[in-house]
Write a protein that binds this ligand. Structure first.
Ligand SMILES: O=C(O)C[C@@H](Cc1ccccc1)[C@H](O)SCc1ccccc1
Ligand code: NI
Length: 183
């Protein structure tokens, strides 16, 4: 099972590189890794397992955070309306997005960042994402608000972008233009 020891931290080159597309169909090792990433997220949200293995709770994870520069992400969370999202995806891509932006009112964190970085992270309020799932099926997701924010955080990891790159340097809590807060 994956633990925090497998997660690289700020300064590791893979967090600042553009990850490579996975040649499809994915090989057994890539499928197993995606399964492990999803299992890590579920474990990190299980009180007992989380405490036993000293995991940080996470709702998303990208392969570059494991030092693996492949375009693979996993997400496991429930949005504010109780809708569940649990996906392991190869080669996710935003195919369209809203003009309107959104930001998480409490700010963002990152499993690869062992410090608090304050400020609003402006992201698209709505995105349409295409990918290939762990079974090799095409996936098209229309996402908004919290779900859109989580997926964009993970997609950024595939392009070497950290959440704090988006924060206004002069005034971290400046309300981003044309953006709505997501509680
Ligand atoms: O480091 C990662 O990619 C995982 C992040 C994803 C994330 C952070 C902020 C906003 C959206 C997604 C971790 O999940 S950070 C810890 C966390 C845990 C529960 C809820 C929100 C953030
Ligand atoms: Ni992160």
């Amino acid at each position: 099972m994956l633990t925090m020891d497998n997660i690289v931290r700020e300064g590791h080159p893979s967090l600042r590189e553009v990850a490579n597309e996975v040649a499809l169909p994915a090989n057994p090792e890539e499928k197993a890794l995606l399964q492990d990433m999803l299992e890590f997220l579920k474990n990190s949200q299980d009180e007992k397992i989380c405490a036993t293995y000293n995991l940080r709770p996470g709702v998303g994870l990208a392969a570059p955070q494991l030092g693996i520069n492949k375009r693979m992400i996993a997400v496991h969370f429930e949005d504010g309306n109780g809708k569940q999202y649990s996906y392991g995806l190869f080669n996710p891509k935003i195919v369209s997005h809203s003009v309107e932006k959104a930001y998480l009112a409490v700010g963002e964190g990152c499993l690869s960042v062992d410090r608090s970085v304050e400020g609003y992270v402006p992201r698209y309020a709505r995105i349409t994402l295409k990918a290939t799932d762990i079974n090799g099926d095409d996936v098209k997701l229309r996402l908004k608000d919290y779900a859109a924010i989580v997926f964009q955080h993970e997609l950024d990891h595939l392009n070497g972008i950290m959440f704090y790159d988006h924060i206004n340097k002069e005034n971290p809590y400046a309300i981003p233009e044309n953006a709505k807060p997501v509680e």
